[in-house]
Design a protein around this ligand. Structure first.
Ligand SMILES: [Zn+2]
Length: 93
């Protein structure tokens, strides 16, 4: 990813008036943007790039816990949460 500053927008490689990949709104020449070049080139508002970067992390964590790379971790986490809750309750009484 790279930062696209307003004075660069309008260059042949950074045309003005393109739509943000995340929100679909037009990126104006006064907007600093984030550009990512992979299989395709995508441009994003800075706030949209932040959202797009963070959101998949939660999904990746959920996929990992569901066992995408082996055994699911949900049952162990649930058992631990239940055990800790019961232990805390027993210590109070
Ligand atoms: Zn946007």
């Amino acid at each position: 990813m790279a930062v696209l500053y307003p004075d660069q927008i309008g260059e042949a490689w950074a045309p003005e008036g393109e739509r943000c990949f995340y929100c679909g709104e037009i990126r104006y020449s006064a907007d600093t943007a984030i550009v990512w070049a992979g299989e395709v080139v995508i441009g994003l508002h800075v706030k949209c790039a932040e959202r797009l970067a963070v959101a998949p992390l939660g999904d990746v964590r959920e996929a990992q816990l569901s066992g995408v790379d082996g055994e699911p971790h949900w049952t162990r986490r649930c058992a631990r949460a239940l055990r800790e809750g019961l232990t805390a309750q027993e210590m109070r009484s």
